[in-house]
Design a protein around this ligand. Structure first.
Ligand SMILES: *[C@@H]1O[C@H](CO)[C@@H](O)[C@H](O)[C@H]1NC(C)=O
Ligand SMILES: *[C@@H]1O[C@H](CO)[C@@H](O)[C@H](O)[C@H]1NC(C)=O
Ligand SMILES: *[C@@H]1O[C@H](CO)[C@@H](O)[C@H](O)[C@H]1NC(C)=O
Ligand SMILES: *[C@@H]1O[C@H](CO)[C@@H](O)[C@H](O)[C@H]1NC(C)=O
Ligand SMILES: *[C@@H]1O[C@H](CO)[C@@H](O)[C@H](O)[C@H]1NC(C)=O
Ligand SMILES: *[C@@H]1O[C@H](CO)[C@@H](O)[C@H](O)[C@H]1NC(C)=O
Ligand SMILES: *[C@@H]1O[C@H](CO)[C@@H](O)[C@H](O)[C@H]1NC(C)=O
Ligand SMILES: *[C@@H]1O[C@H](CO)[C@@H](O)[C@H](O)[C@H]1NC(C)=O
Ligand SMILES: *[C@@H]1O[C@H](CO)[C@@H](O)[C@H](O)[C@H]1NC(C)=O
Ligand SMILES: *[C@@H]1O[C@H](CO)[C@@H](O)[C@H](O)[C@H]1NC(C)=O
Length: 532
């Protein structure tokens, strides 16, 4: 009887304990506002059933996997909205490292997951974690029993890879009759914003740094040197982020681009986790999304070939024929011939002194050229003919005179369209500013770029790249197209060109795109850069 009673008491106690675990799970995820919960339990059927019942009663979809069951963890935890995950690590056959390592590999410590861990003591629980994937947004709580109550700890690590340490903070507690009490109510970003001077790595492409100036001085310096504008811009933005979140940046300088590297050295550096952030804004392309993550925002950018369109100084010989169309010239000649024949007939009929075709031609041409001519007969037919010739000559002559003047005045400046096709056909000499990403621009699959590419490749290797100063000088001389980033070249152009030359500048774009700042895929600094 006594034994029975004891057994009964024990069973009640166990049921109470289950009930508590299930209630904590419910209370915690209700507080977290999630709509789905999945769990890794120790496999007690009664407890799991109670948990399922409590969660389903409040409308959360739930799945619970008992310990020891082999399962595809990434698929089990796949979600498109915030999901609660609880893991009971108190049982011996729970695959703890499997779960936490998969979580690291598939970046499951971000906004999409709220983790709740059941442990029995803090040291063991912390030891079983894999915090390499933790970041400032990680939502990870450990629940430990304390006498009859429970305490909750909030765990995160800014970035283990860069020497961050695990921060364990008392989050709140759970009491049977009081339910859940949460002490840390401030937003995660806000309460974790101090990185304690952690050394993040930032990489960028810098090409024109003088040897005797340190990289940081060069990027911060506001000397008159106008090169490397983009890395200076990106660095300035990121240094504000660093100030806001109290971390420092170790800068990595990249100055060359392998020919066979299609996405660029910066993307490779980010992919290898050799850097957390890129301070060089880079073009957004689909392939690069597999290498790194875009932070925000995007800046429009362009590069172009520039040249002067110079109006012709010499008059072209055919311009004197320009005022009349070819048909008109033919009909004028025809009319003149007919006139000569008729005039010569009239003169013959009137028995004038001289009535050959030659004298008729002479008279007609003299009339057309507004010169005098002899009077050969005093009869009315020839007079009418002469008046007709004179009036015809007057009309043609006046119209021609006016048209040729207006044609000369309106001669259009033959500006080229903003088209690489036109540039390729112009047979203009070309060169470019030496830029690491020039070959990348030519790899663009746009049809005009691909059409243009062989024309560029036909230029001898040694003549393809020239310095900015020389480029500006040769644009000034004319007949030469130079490719550069407008931000680099316009300051020099402003100094070297007069107003008329600037008006004659024509741009043919090779690139029109958007730039973004990038962070690595593990993205420990992604969120704060975005927020900052
Ligand atoms: C849950 O949602 C409520 C109402 O929308 C909100 O007040 C509360 O702060 C949210 N809780 C959490 C942890 O986000
Ligand atoms: C633990 O989980 C990992 C990842 O899913 C798996 O590869 C491993 O076989 C599991 N180990 C055990 C003992 O179940
Ligand atoms: C954490 O998980 C990652 C990815 O699975 C693994 O490479 C790493 O070795 C794990 N770290 C520890 C301390 O287990
Ligand atoms: C936890 O570990 C630390 C050192 O790692 C030790 O000082 C402490 O006594 C341990 N606490 C318990 C309860 O085991
Ligand atoms: C654990 O319980 C004891 C006594 O009940 C209390 O003094 C202590 O503050 C509790 N610990 C935590 C971390 O709440
Ligand atoms: C959190 O705990 C501190 C000290 O233990 C207390 O002063 C504060 O009021 C608590 N905050 C909340 C929201 O319970
Ligand atoms: C640990 O994180 C809390 C906020 O969650 C913060 O107030 C505290 O300063 C941090 N401690 C360390 C050593 O970083
Ligand atoms: C930034 O971190 C350093 C190093 O931990 C610390 O001494 C300093 O007080 C922090 N600054 C701020 C503004 O929190
Ligand atoms: C770097 O060297 C150049 C000439 O070699 C000199 O004009 C310049 O002042 C030097 N800059 C610094 C910061 O020493
Ligand atoms: C490019 O070629 C070099 C050797 O020519 C090789 O070491 C390197 O791995 C290649 N890089 C890529 C991205 O293929």
């Amino acid at each position: 009887m006594c034994l029975m009673y004891r057994l009964f008491l024990l069973q009640t106690f166990i049921i109470v304990v289950y009930a508590q675990t299930s209630q904590i799970i419910r209370d915690y995820f209700v507080y977290k506002n999630v709509t789905r919960v999945v769990g890794f339990s120790c496999g007690d059927v009664d407890e799991d059933f109670l948990t399922l019942k409590l969660l389903i009663d409040i409308g959360m979809s739930t799945a619970i996997k008992p310990a020891g069951l082999q399962i595809d963890i990434p698929r089990y935890l796949d979600t498109d909205r915030t999901m609660g995950v609880f893991v009971d690590i108190r049982c011996p056959n729970q695959n703890i490292s499997g779960i936490f390592n998969e979580g690291t590999t598939h970046r499951m410590y971000d906004y999409s997951y709220a983790w709740l861990i059941f442990g029995s003591n803090l040291n063991d629980s912390l030891q079983s974690l894999n915090d390499s994937g933790f970041s400032i947004v990680t939502d990870f709580a450990i629940l430990l029993p304390n006498d009859t109550d429970y305490v909750l700890y909030d765990v995160y690590n800014h970035c283990k890879m860069r020497g961050g340490v695990l921060n364990v903070t008392w989050l709140g507690g759970w009491r049977e009759n009081e339910g859940l009490t949460i002490n840390l109510t401030d937003s995660r970003i806000n309460r974790r914003r101090d990185y304690h001077g952690m050394r993040a790595k930032a990489a960028g492409i810098v090409l024109h740094r003088p040897k005797n100036v340190s990289l940081i001085d060069y990027l911060e310096g506001d000397s008159l040197e106008v090169m490397d504008n983009w890395p200076k811009f990106g660095y300035t933005l990121l240094s504000h982020v660093a100030d806001m979140f109290n971390f420092t940046m170790d800068l990595v300088e990249i100055d060359h681009w392998e020919k066979n590297d299609s996405n660029g050295p910066l993307m490779g550096t980010l992919k290898r986790d050799d850097a957390d952030l890129g301070y060089y804004p880079s073009i957004l392309t689909i392939e690069r999304y597999g290498y790194a993550r875009v932070i925000f925002p995007q800046w429009p950018t362009r590069t172009c070939f520039m040249f002067r369109t110079i109006p012709a100084t010499k008059m072209k010989p055919w311009i004197i024929l320009k005022p009349f169309a070819a048909d008109t010239w033919y009909s004028i000649i025809l009319i003149v011939v007919i006139t000569i024949l008729i005039l010569s007939c009239i003169l013959k009929l009137e028995r004038a002194d001289d009535y050959g075709c030659s004298i008729s031609a002479l008279i007609a041409i003299a009339a057309l050229c507004q010169q005098g001519f002899p009077s050969l007969s005093n009869q009315s037919a020839s007079r009418i003919a002469l008046i007709q010739i004179t009036v015809f000559g007057l009309l043609v002559y006046n119209y021609y005179g006016a048209a040729i003047v207006s044609a000369r005045l309106n001669e259009p400046l033959q500006k080229m369209n903003d088209s690489l096709y036109s540039l390729a056909h112009s047979k203009m000499q070309m060169a470019a500013e030496k830029n690491v990403f020039f070959n990348f621009l030519l790899r663009n699959p746009r049809p005009d770029v691909q059409y243009f590419r062989p024309f560029w490749n036909a230029i001898p290797e040694s003549e393809r790249f020239i310095s900015l100063e020389e480029g500006v000088e040769r644009i000034k001389r004319g007949g030469f197209a130079y490719h550069a980033d407008p931000d680099d070249i316009y300051p020099s152009i402003e100094l070297a060109f007069d107003k008329q030359m600037i008006c004659q500048l024509t741009e043919v774009h090779l690139l029109k795109s958007e730039l973004g700042l990038w962070s690595n895929l593990k993205s420990h600094f992604h969120e704060i850069s975005k927020i900052a």
